[in-house]
Design a protein around this ligand. Sequence first.
Ligand code: G3H
Length: 258
Amino acid sequence: QFMNQLLGFKEDEKRLADKLGIDHCLIVNGDADQSSRVLDEMGKELNQTLQLVLPAGRLTVAVMGGTTMARVAQQMTYKLSAGRELTFVPARGGVGEAVAIQANSVAASMAEATDSKYRVLYIPENVSAETYQPLLKEPSVQEVLQLIDNAQVVIHSIGDALVMAKRRSMAPATIAKLVEKHAVSETFGTFFDEAGQVIYKIPRIGLQIPDLDHIPYVFAVAGGKSKAQAIAAYMKNAPSRTWLITDVGASNAILTGE
Ligand code: G3H
């Protein structure tokens, strides 16, 4: 029976990957909307997959922020750095999150958990372009931006567009524009409609969606039925080599089109 379950599970992973038009999906049991422990399972799955897939040697890993990323960071283990010299960097600065879930914090916790190095981007959240533009000339900021540009691995989550816009206290006029254009999905500070078309970008620094084309290893971690639409929309134009790590809650909703 266990084998059947296992095979059934694998079959769903294949069906989901086909439906989303990407190469690999991994589905853990449960629904992250019901229990945050499901995020721990997604974290373990991510850790194992990285161990299997990433090459040996020196690698820069760019990570995004969010509650999913902050939680999965706790499941990383030092085994990941066996034979690898990893440097974790934030993929983007300034999308307007609380400290604990900023990309900087995720990079630091992943580095601590894997006994690796990390660098942070000292660009304050929620400041105007006039304020942060001069900071980009600072050598310490330039150095980290270079590392981000040359990252071989990126790990990010995907969020529901309006949930993210509100959590990041975006301007009411911008939120109204997102509603008007039917935004359903957000990742990297970029908002997408149901067809996966970009409808708005938070004008900040770091990795942009087109940069993903140059990054060989891309991992997206997002679960919960409430994120099904956001995941499906983003995947319409995501790089097909993206590994999606999700849960049964999101996967079933995507597969049944609920
Ligand atoms: O870009 C996506 C968001 O960072 C996802 O945030 O993990 O807190 O839902 P979350």
